[in-house]
Each structure stands twice: as C-alpha cells, then as structure tokens.
Design a protein around this ligand. Structure first.
Ligand SMILES: [Mg+2]
Length: 229
C-alpha cells in the first residue's frame, strides 16, 4: 500500500499505540482479589460476574464513571448484597480509577514507528480516539505522543458518521487501529482503507471482520504496510 503524499492517515490510541487493556485487566484482578479476601469469593466466578455486568453496561459508553458503576455492581452481585460496605468504597473507587489514571506508556516500537511514518509521509496524520474528552486529552498529553500528530480528535464513539466527517475532503484516507467494532468496521463503512492491528482489545470492541481486511501483529508492522515496505 504505497500512499500518495496527501493521503489522510488516522491512528487509534489505546492498545494500538499505548498500553490500556492491561490496566483494565489489572483492575479486574484487584477486584477479584478484594472479593476473595472480603467474602471468600472464587476468583473465576468473580471475573465472570464482572464481565457479565460490564457487557450489561455497554450502553453507558466509555466514561470512567461507567467503569466505576461496573466495579461497584460486580462487587454487590458477587457478594449477594445490594450495597457496598462504606469502609470498602475507597478501595473499590481506587480500583476503578486505575485504568484512567495510570500513565499511558507507549507500546514497544510505537515511538520508532511513528518517527518513521512522520518522516516518510508528508500528509495529514491524525490521532483518533474515543472516550471522555478531558480524560483522553490528558492521557494523550501524558503519553508524550501528541507531537507526532497534526491533530488529535477525541470523540464519544467512533462511528461511520464520525469517520465520514473526518474523511471529508480527503480522496485517500486510512485508519489504523486494534478495535474491529470501533476502528475497522466504521472506517470501512465511511470509505477508509483500514489496517487492523491484532492485539487484545476490550471484549465489547470485538466483531467479525471482512476477510479482505489486512491484519498486522503490531502498529510498527502496520506502518510498514502503509509505507509499502
Ligand atoms: Mg484501541
């Protein structure tokens, strides 16, 4: 895929460029440990309950308060009570805050790949990420990656309409990301080429992909694909 110099290249943030799912997995393990220690809950059953409730809260979007509500609801469900003990609230709140407050570290090879892409491609390079505007803007800033991009777009959800608007006026447009549901399918629907980075993502972001979608094992490999290497 050798791109014209004026092609628009959009890149996802979480788990494509920086570690994110590992922080959510860590929070789930901390919740399971707390349930084991405070009410003897089986760890596997606790994780299963958490994921069932997480799926039930999907309609609440990606705001950090959705995750807090999920953590509290999962604690209550496993404990079999309808209220969180007041003395545990700070620990549960800290568990729920961790994925949002942890520093987003660039994944191995991501910075070098961005340097190569920036050096080889003169056209617009945009970061496109979904979530709360204030939180995501801060996380992008703290990642140290913002300076690679001509623009950072934080949107509530990445939909076909969002990609259609982003791509307006760009004859050739490309999206690189690790979420089938948020990065690949809506971008394809809006006329983008989409490069799928096959790394773990939120379970609720998984979806079947068309066979023709190009898959890469890392962002660096996807950059090689974009540059036609
Ligand atoms: Mg992602």
């Amino acid at each position: 895929m050798a791109l014209a110099g004026d092609a628009l290249i959009c890149v996802d943030f979480d788990d494509t460029l920086v570690t994110n799912q590992e922080h959510f997995a860590q929070a789930e393990r901390q919740l399971a440990d707390l349930l084991r220690d405070t009410c003897g809950a089986d760890t596997t059953a606790a994780l299963h309950a958490f994921r069932r409730i997480d799926a039930r809260h999907q309609h609440l979007g990606r705001h950090r308060n959705r995750f807090l509500v999920t953590v509290l609801a999962a604690y209550c469900a496993v404990r079999g009570s309808d209220a969180v003990p007041l003395e545990l609230l700070p620990r549960l709140a800290a568990i729920a805050a961790h994925p949002y407050d942890a520093r987003p570290e660039p994944k191995p090879g991501a910075v070098h790949a961005l340097e190569r892409l920036r050096a080889a491609h003169p056209g617009p390079l945009w970061l496109v990420t979904a979530g709360d505007r204030v939180i995501q803007t801060g996380r992008v800033h703290h990642s140290g990656l913002a300076s690679f991009f001509d623009a950072v777009h934080v949107v509530p959800e990445k939909t076909e309409a969002v990609f259609t608007e982003l791509g307006r006026g760009h004859a050739r447009r490309v999206m690189i990301g690790n979420s089938p549901r948020s990065d690949i399918l809506p971008a394809l629907a809006a006329g983008f080429d989409a490069l799928y980075v096959r790394v773990p993502t939120w379970l609720l972001d998984l979806a079947p992909l068309p066979a023709a979608v190009s898959e890469f094992e890392s962002f660096a490999a996807a950059v090689d694909g974009v540059l036609g290497l």
